[in-house]
Design a protein around this ligand. Structure first.
Ligand SMILES: [Zn+2]
Length: 481
């Protein structure tokens, strides 16, 4: 029997706030354990939480980015469970009335087709503390306790591991774009619980779902989904029931393993949080936050292609990181399409190579967007030639400076006057009779050597195209004699 997958993701994203969700403690990584704590985030009885407005704002902005409708009156609930890293024995979350409802993301599949992945809702909650295990003991670090987390719950609209990764990639891109989270996977800023079930192709009823908890790497999620899809098919083929359970991914064994049978929602005994008032949002407030949203990456790509005449692929690479796209657009502002395209080619090639080699981002290097624009303008106008451009670029990347002033100061202006170059060609031919003889005897490569000599005589400033043409003409004439 043929089966199809049904996959849904619950993604926890750490919001980029200065302080915690329900207290004023600083959110900082790398501090000594239990440095940033207070009675609220330590879970002392009687301590009163106050909701972080910035966290509400960032969640609403995320919802607006993802096309959700915003709940004008959201409420917090207590989700009760015992865990040693949750001292008050409940987590404050939003159960019945989350901030954002609906929405979704369009993904592109490897075959180029597109699919809309719906989002069920986005709710706001607090993170638990962190348990550290030592040689003979364990300790709880409450620095992380109370971190604002937004949980984005998708509908089970994904059908493959590739779909899940495309969804997460697009989600991450948008959230980083909107500045609501760093989505740093290594630091656990973005973690997903992955739900997967299988059903016979065409069947209406969903299969029994298995949840794989707390995955923070895209490659891990991809491998876990492939493995679980295969395991469930093997169970079905062998006639074993698929059990509703939570499994964990063992990255070393490359397989999932059973953790516990799944709790149902009522196990948490949700009830309204009595210590927090509802979050009430006015239409004006929501609109004010909407105005803070950046252009969506997708729309930006299309606009960049139209505005600068650059290739779709280039627009996609540039817009993957907002910083790169912003910098490029600053540099390309006001340029005609031909120059903007030349700038894009240089950025995609030499500039990105310099970034890779130096480990510096485009904002960390010394070159300003205006300097790169000026360099490209000098080249397209023929004021400097290609070799001079390639020579100046690393220097300006490293040390900064105004290309126009540097070219003037060092006399690097290109020589494109054919008469001046002709004199140098004569000089080079006279000085290298052996190369001329080689050319006559059929060694065409000798022409390249002569061009090289002309460039050398001009101290690299001759226009290589004109030099090449003139040398070819002279040698052809000499060979015809
Ligand atoms: Zn605190």
């Amino acid at each position: 029997m043929e089966f199809e997958n049904t996959i849904g993701l619950e993604t926890h994203v750490q919001l980029k706030t200065k302080t915690k969700m329900f207290c004023g403690c600083l959110l900082k990584t790398g501090c000594e354990p239990n440095r940033n704590v207070c009675p609220v985030c330590l879970g002392y009885p009687g301590a009163l939480p106050v909701a972080n407005k910035e966290a509400v704002k960032l969640t609403v902005m995320s919802g607006l980015m993802l096309g959700c409708s915003i709940n004008r009156r959201a409420t917090f609930d207590r989700k009760n469970y015992f865990y040693p890293d949750m001292a008050k024995d409940y987590q404050i979350s939003e159960n019945g009335n989350p901030l954002c409802i609906g929405g979704g993301i369009e993904i592109t599949r490897p075959d180029g087709t597109r699919k809309f992945i719906r989002i069920n809702h986005i709710h706001l909650e607090e993170d638990a503390a962190k348990i550290n295990h030592y040689a003979v003991s364990s300790g709880v670090d409450f620095n992380r306790g109370g971190t604002p987390l937004m949980e984005i719950v998708s509908e089970p609209d994904m059908e493959s591991a590739d779909d899940a990764i495309a969804y997460l990639t697009a989600l991450k891109e948008m959230l980083v774009y909107a500045g609501v989270s760093d989505c740093n996977l290594e630091e656990g800023n973005m973690r997903s619980d992955v739900n997967i079930s299988i059903r016979p192709v065409g069947a209406e009823k969903l299969g029994t779902k298995v949840e794989i908890k707390n995955m923070n790497s895209f490659s891990g999620i991809h491998a876990a989904l492939l493995h679980e899809a295969r395991r469930q098919r093997e169970c079905a083929a062998a006639g074993f029931p698929i059990v509703q359970e939570t499994r964990r991914w063992d990255a070393e064994a490359m397989e999932t393993a059973s953790m516990r049978s799944k709790e149902n929602a009522h196990d948490y005994r949700y009830f309204p949080e009595p210590d927090l008032v509802p979050v009430e949002l006015s239409e004006e407030q929501i609109e004010a936050w909407r105005r803070l949203l950046p252009e969506k990456p997708e729309a930006r790509r299309a606009r960049m292609v139209a505005d600068y005449g650059i290739a779709e692929y280039d627009a996609e690479v540039l817009s993957q990181h907002k910083e790169n796209a912003d910098w490029f657009e600053e540099a390309a502002a006001g340029l005609d399409k031909k120059t903007a395209k030349a700038l894009c080619n240089l950025y995609m090639g030499d500039v990105m190579a310099l970034m890779n080699a130096s480990g510096k981002s485009i904002r960390e290097c010394a070159m300003s967007p205006a300097a790169l624009a000026s360099l490209v303008k000098l080249a397209t106008a023929g004021t400097i030639n290609g070799p001079t451009l390639k020579e100046l670029l690393p220097e300006i990347f490293e040390k900064g400076g105004d290309p126009e002033a540097i070219v003037k100061e060092r006399g690097l202006g290109a020589v494109s006057d054919a008469g001046a170059i002709e004199a140098l060609v004569d000089q080079a031919i006279a000085a290298n009779p052996k190369s001329v003889a080689d050319f006559k005897s059929g060694k065409k490569a000798a022409a390249g050597f002569i061009v090289g000599q002309v460039m050398k005589l001009s101290k690299g400033k001759a226009d290589p195209k004109i030099a090449g043409r003139l040398v070819a003409e002279r040698l052809a004439a000499a060979a015809a004699q």
